[in-house]
Design a protein around this ligand. Structure first.
Ligand code: PLP
Length: 386
């Protein structure tokens, strides 16, 4: 959408809101639909081609408004997260609407929150197992044994999550390509276990903040499985958006071992802040760490509907899936792929300029764009002196 169309659509939206306010009395107070209604009204997959604004707005009026804030807010989130999860190539186990599926997606405020929530779930799962094995040992002592792992290239949010969760974190050296390797992780976990510590959480990154490197999930996954109860998280906050392109899906190799995955469309997919999408393989393992169920929040749809208040910290939630839905539908998957490919081609072009300039050095593989920013940051002071 260019600025000309934005001006027109913006005015139309104000008109829509004013009409809504002026005609409030003609609308229902409670929704006219039952939970589960929206799934039957929307396609199972994101559209390949972009759609007209009129068509999307018609769906807002006909399909979303009858569902009011609830259940439409929850249901659109689940549906769009299935669309997006499929589009970036996550395994079926991460989707909510698969036959017998136990997984599902949710929108959190930030990647940091995704990592924290997954670490909390992993901690609850580990403590439950340990309490069962050692019923007479005090919980504080069990907690003091838990050890999480990440690479030196992981975002600092992993350190923050460990701080909040009161667990130890071992930060490991990656290899010369800034990738955390399985053997190195295994050695650390075995060493800790020999000292009486209990590995429970490994946070990996696809597209690290400083140099956009990827940890080796294909090696790390089997290492995690050697231990009784280790939760493997994949933080792809930035680069995960690029997996919408088939030619970049090879970077996801090993994701089949993961328990949870996050990427932020607000970082690189035209969605404004905040929109951090997160998926889990087993939603019960996530929610059982976070359920508090006072009488005034109970309802009769516990078995049939997803209740996102158990998927994170907040109770009140905004209708964040609307903007992701609008972006995916307006551009279509092909439009979003073109957007990412255009950025990558600019990055490659810039890389070729950098390679010709002896003041700079390309210090890692360039598969998406951010690496080049890093080269500049590292060398800019030096080059200014020349
Ligand atoms: N993880 C990675 C790989 C990041 O690059 C960043 C931010 O740059 C974060 C996590 C934190 O993101 P947020 O601001 O959404 O918490």
């Amino acid at each position: 959408m260019d600025s000309h169309e934005f001006r027109i659509r913006g005015k139309e939206m104000i008109e829509y809101i004013c009409k809504y306010l002026d005609n409030l009395e003609s609308r229902r107070v409670t929704p006219s639909v039952e939970p589960g209604y929206l799934k039957n009204l929307l396609p199972d997959e994101a559209p390949d081609d972009g759609e007209d604004w009129e068509r999307i707005m018609a769906d807002v009026e006909q399909k979303i408004m009858p569902g009011a804030a609830g259940p439409a807010c929850t249901e659109l989130e689940t549906i769009v997260l299935d669309w997006f999860g499929k589009a970036i190539g996550l395994p079926d186990e991460f989707l909510a609407f698969k036959e017998g599926g136990k997984g599902g997606g949710v929108i959190q405020t930030s990647a940091s929150e995704c990592v924290l929530v997954c670490m909390l779930a992993a901690r609850a799962q580990a403590l439950k197992r340990l309490k069962h094995q050692h019923p007479f040992v005090e919980e504080g002592l069990l907690l003091s044994k838990l050890m999480a792992y990440c690479s030196k290239e992981s975002h600092s949010c992993v350190e923050k999550a460990a701080m909040i969760c009161f667990v130890k974190l071992r930060i490991l050296e990656p290899d010369e390509k800034s990738s955390l390797r399985g053997q190195h992780l295994l050695a650390a976990m075995e060493e800790d276990e020999a000292m009486g510590l209990i590995p429970f959480f490994v946070s990996t990154t696809l597209g690290t903040t400083a140099c956009c490197s990827c940890d080796n999930l294909q090696e790390i996954g089997p290492v995690c499985q050697k231990f009784p109860c280790v939760w493997l998280h994949v933080d792809a906050a930035y680069a995960g958006n690029a997996f919408i392109c088939p030619e970049l899906k090879y970077l996801l190799a090993g994701v089949e071992y993961a328990d949870s995955f996050n990427t932020n469309p607000n970082k690189w997919l035209l969605v404004n802040f905040d929109c951090s999408t997160m998926w889990v393989r087993d939603r019960i393992r996530l929610t059982s760490a976070l359920v508090v169920d006072p009488l005034y929040l109970q309802h009769g749809y516990t078995d049939s509907a997803i209740d996102y208040r158990h998927w994170g910290v907040p109770l009140s939630r905004r209708f964040r899936s609307l903007k992701l839905w609008f972006v995916i539908r307006s551009y279509g998957i092909k439009g979003l792929q073109n957007y990412i490919r255009h950025h990558i081609s600019l990055a490659k072009r810039f890389e070729s300029h950098v390679r010709k300039d002896r003041r700079f050095e390309v210090c890692n593989d360039v598969f998406v764009s951010i690496m080049l920013e890093n080269i500049l940051k590292q060398n800019i002071n030096e080059s200014l002196k020349l």
